[in-house]
Design a binder for this molecule. Structure first.
Ligand code: G3P
Length: 225
């Protein structure tokens, strides 16, 4: 029997628990847990920590701007992410919503640099629209559950199923993730049983008493292929 292991993207947001030395510590834990469980663990740290984190585990940027090299003070240049060792980017997180047209531009920019694209959507309808741009991943996250204690897979299982169905109708190669309120391996397993490939998680890891223990629990989830 072959088992499907989860993909876990830890969005480290702007939590104090996830910056500087703590980012490095979390990266070392993630590498260890990934090695032990076979789960794919990716961290999305603050930009200032990206280069160091990327030396230890796969690292994605939390943001990219649809710009070319030149005079764009304060913007995030894809080439710079690539140079720092990032292998992917998160686009359109509900805390960092971008105009719809820019989603497409960001995907194209990231893709031209060989960066994996994870685009967030708040609903199944929006996920289906985004699927037309063919990102690598679409992560459905109901904003009202973000940062809470009730997992999307418990509160809104139908949202995960609908998103998987809608996205795969447009493009069956896009992998669907879900996020918001995910805290345990049980939440991850449920999400995978509903058709998700894994999760996007923040507080359940970053704010956990012991992030390594939390990661171990989340990574232990696996379902039959
Ligand atoms: O990007 C992940 C995120 O928005 C979910 O946050 O704290 O509910 O795991 P959290």
């Amino acid at each position: 029997m072959t088992m499907r292991k989860p993909i876990i993207i830890v969005n480290m947001k702007t939590y104090l628990q996830s910056i500087g030395e703590k980012a490095i510590k979390l990266a070392k834990s993630a590498a260890k847990v990934s090695e032990k469980t076979g789960a794919e663990i990716i961290l999305a740290p603050q930009l200032a920590d990206l280069k160091e984190v990327a030396k230890i585990v796969p690292a994605y940027s939390q943001h990219i701007d649809p710009i070319e090299p030149g005079a764009h003070t304060g913007h995030v240049l894809g080439e710079s992410l690539k140079d720092a060792g990032a292998t992917g980017v998160i686009i359109n997180h509900s805390e960092d919503v971008v105009p719809f047209d820019d989603i497409k531009k960001n995907i194209e920019k990231a893709r031209s640099l060989g960066l994996t694209t994870v685009v967030c959507a708040p609903s199944a309808i929006e996920a289906e629209e985004i699927a037309k741009f063919s990102p690598d991943f679409i992560a459905v996250e109901p904003p009202e559950l973000i940062g809470g204690d009730i997992s999307v897979s418990t509160a809104k299982p139908e949202l995960i199923e609908e998103t998987v169905r809608g996205v795969h109708k447009v493009n069956p190669n896009i992998k669907v993730l879900c996020g918001a309120g995910v805290k345990t391996g049980k939440d991850v397993k449920k999400a995978m049983e509903l058709g998700a490939e894994g999760i996007l998680v923040a507080s359940g890891v970053v704010k956990a008493e012991d992030p390594e223990v939390a990661l171990m629990d989340l990574s232990g989830a696996c379902v039959e292929k």
